[in-house]
Ligand binder design. Structure first.
Ligand SMILES: [Zn+2]
Length: 388
């Protein structure tokens, strides 16, 4: 099964953290409402909606950062304005499936979409046709449990240099908004979780294989696919800093990259959120959540001094389509993440958390802040500064 393969790929990283398992966790694992515990924690929400409705509700729960679409300029400006009053930083959402962003940059050219194998295209058709409750455990971009899973969302192929150019233009636009904290990357990955079969990608892969005759064809494919994926992220991240040196770059590593699921520490950006507790059944075991969280926290600076690790917890409340996580399940997942040492937690969907009193209460119990303050954590040192 692919899950087993994925876990094997992470074995070396596991060995590293297991050797360090005796060191105390970075944060208290007890959870609850005491301010002393919560001031170390940073909660980031991915979602959208009307700024006037969303920001005050998010503040009440204890969110420090929100990732939202910048497309509606007036609403985005409102997010920043209201966010400032509540001590919430606002990031603009950059999404690799953003065909309108491509059209804006290259109105006369067809978008260069990623291409999959015939078997993967067939799997896509079956996934799309599946209207059953729980969609036969399709994981929608998370670690697959079925033999072949692919992402149903079309994605641009970042091997085409014009895609980098299109997103650079979008970043210019995002960072021109006064008060924006930075850019949040999303969906930067492969639709089939491993590589792209388009013509451009195949030409570049052939050149890579020529340069690396010592590698087996499969190893060369994996190395090329991972190197180019990391490189695209790092180029975009570096570009953000050239446009606005104090802008921050955060990301959620998604869809999963199967040959190395926890590759996020290879990304030279400010905060890298990696999945620690996925959305769908089979829900991840507490052991797995803690194990992943520990790697995310402890291995964050293996390659670069800049990044902070963050753990993503998935939460959907669409009971007509999927089983919904109970209060106990959600509480246990957050506790397991904290036990692993991650003090930054990202949650998607922000809106589902805000609209579900039970879920809102769980997050509030861990993250609620009595005063609107801006909290920055720098390598374990906590500093607080009032926003006004
Ligand atoms: Zn391609």
């Amino acid at each position: 099964m692919k899950l087993a393969t994925a876990l094997c790929a992470a074995t070396s990283a596991f060995a590293v953290f297991l050797a360090r398992a005796q060191s105390p966790p970075a944060v208290s694992t007890a959870g609850g409402s005491e301010a002393a515990k919560t001031e170390h924690l940073i909660l980031t929400g991915w979602g959208g909606g009307k700024a006037e409705d969303i920001v005050p509700k998010a503040a009440e729960i204890g969110f420090s950062e929100l990732v939202v679409h910048h497309e509606d300029a007036a609403n985005f400006a409102k997010y920043i304005e209201i966010g400032k009053a509540y001590g919430i930083d606002i990031y603009a959402w950059l999404f690799l499936g953003d065909i309108p962003a491509w059209k804006k940059a290259f109105p006369d050219a067809d978008p260069p979409l990623q291409v999959m194998s015939p078997a993967e295209d067939q799997a896509l058709k079956e996934i799309q046709a599946d209207k059953t409750f729980g969609k036969s455990h399709y994981q929608s971009g998370g670690e697959p449990v079925n033999d072949i899973e692919v992402l149903t969302t079309p994605l641009l192929c970042f091997h085409d240099p014009r895609v980098l150019e299109a997103f650079r233009k979008q970043i210019d636009e995002m960072l021109s908004v006064p008060g924006v904290k930075g850019v949040a990357f999303d969906y930067i990955g492969y639709r089939n979780y491993s590589c792209c079969h388009c013509h451009t990608s195949q030409i570049q892969l052939a050149a890579y294989r020529k340069q690396h005759p010592e590698l087996s064809p499969e190893r060369a494919l994996n190395r090329f696919s991972l190197d180019s994926l990391v490189d695209f992220n790092n180029r975009l991240s570096a570009y953000v800093r050239t446009v606005k040196p104090d802008a921050r770059v955060i990301t959620h590593v998604y869809p999963v990259y199967l040959p190395e699921p926890l590759y996020g520490n290879r990304l030279d950006l400010d905060v890298c959120a990696q999945t620690a507790a996925w959305f769908f059944e089979p829900f991840w075991s507490t052991n797995k959540i803690t194990t992943y969280s520990r790697i995310i926290a402890e291995e964050a600076n293996r390659y670069y001094p800049r990044p902070h690790g963050a753990a993503l917890v998935g939460y959907f409340n669409r009971p007509d389509q999927w089983p919904v996580k109970s209060r106990e399940r959600l509480t246990g997942e957050i506790q397991a993440i904290l036990e692993g040492g991650c003090s930054r937690i990202h949650v998607c969907s922000l809106n589902n958390v805000l609209d579900t009193p039970e879920a809102a209460e769980v997050f509030r119990s861990f993250f609620h802040r009595s005063e609107p303050v801006h909290i920055e954590m720098d390598k374990g040192t906590v500093t607080q500064r009032p926003t006004r």
